[in-house]
Design a binder for this molecule. Structure first.
Ligand code: CP
Length: 318
């Protein structure tokens, strides 16, 4: 209980509860908030590099009064060959009550939850999922798109919204989690990219998800443009003509102005300016990229409370 391993584990009611508690935590006075997880121990276990996810989970835990510790593959006994299971059991023996795990292997959070019995929050597992990212992305859309309510969710919350997710879909856990979550809230998802980065069978597409190869055509249909980084670390020999990719798929000012001048621009980060997105678009008035980052802090606070305070989670009030 309290784990978040996959978006597929969340009902729309679960998503709504998480968004409601996120908003309440933001409104809560510091003294009340910092008591919520006082004395609780949370471990951050990171086998891959991270800036946003690691920092926001850590700051979120501290803002709720919890004690945190970071174990990274590069400075721990993982380097000596210690297994995921033994690392998890060690953290549990040291009093960790919840583990936030980033790992290059899809499914690693399931293994850790099974072997330790602790609530595990998936902070990104290989090419599989990044559920907290999808939640913060949904909240960002609900905050920035007109006429929406970011403090709760239902199956029509994103009715009439089309989101184009463009780039390295094949290797993207962000794309997978968003393609699972956004249609549950009523959005249509267009996946866009070249065949190399988006095979027809890429994600086992569900309803509400469609592949579109022509980025300009996809943009014209969309209210949200979510750009993804080319994950050079996962390309594994796959050759990509970057000049051709930029010509066809980069979100630049000219393309945005011509095809979707009002679209909300999103990127999970880290972004490579000048490759998948032009710097002026990333910094421009359509961009919600910094709001995504700050929403990471808020949503992850709610997820930590859900993990450690399962009984009282939904009754948290300001
Ligand atoms: N979006 C995201 O997961 O960023 P980090 O890799 O910096 O955590």
């Amino acid at each position: 209980p309290g784990s978040l391993l996959s978006v597929a584990d969340l009902s729309v009611a679960d998503v709504s509860a998480i968004l409601t508690v996120t908003t309440r935590l933001e409104q809560m006075p510091h003294a009340q908030r910092v008591a919520l997880l006082a004395g609780r121990r949370i471990a951050l276990l990171f086998y891959e590099s991270s800036t946003r996810t690691r920092t926001s989970f850590e700051l979120a835990a501290k803002s709720l009064g919890a004690t945190t510790t970071l174990v990274s593959d590069k400075s721990s006994s993982i380097e000596k060959g210690e297994s995921l299971k033994d690392t998890g059991l060690t953290l549990r023996a040291l009093g960790a009550e919840c583990v936030i795990l980033r790992h290059p292997s899809s499914g690693a959070p399931f293994v850790l939850a099974r072997e330790t019995g602790l609530p595990v929050l998936n902070a990104g597992d290989g090419m599989h999922e990044h559920p907290s990212q999808a939640l913060l992305d949904a909240r960002t859309m609900l905050m920035r798109l007109p006429g929406r309510n970011a403090a709760k969710a239902n199956a029509k919350s994103l009715d009439g919204v089309t989101v184009v997710i463009t780039g390295d879909i094949l290797h993207s856990r962000v794309a997978r989690s968003n393609a699972l979550l956004l249609p549950q809230l009523g959005a249509k998802v267009l996946l866009c990219g070249p065949e190399q980065l988006l095979p027809e069978t890429a994600l086992g597409l569900g309803s509400g998800v469609e592949i579109v190869r022509d980025f300009d055509a996809a943009l014209r249909r969309s209210q949200v443009a979510m750009m993804l980084r080319i994950q050079k670390e996962r390309l594994a020999g796959l050759e990509l003509d970057l000049a051709d990719y930029i010509a066809r798929y980069q979100l630049n000012g000219e393309r945005l102005a011509a095809q979707a001048p009002d679209a909300l621009v999103m990127h999970p980060g880290p972004m490579i300016r000048g490759l998948e997105i032009a710097g002026d678009v990333a910094d421009g008035p359509n961009s919600a990229i910094e709001l995504q980052v700050s929403n990471g802090l808020s949503v992850r606070s709610a997820l930590l409370l859900r993990a450690l305070n399962a009984g009282g989670f939904e009754s948290v009030t300001v």
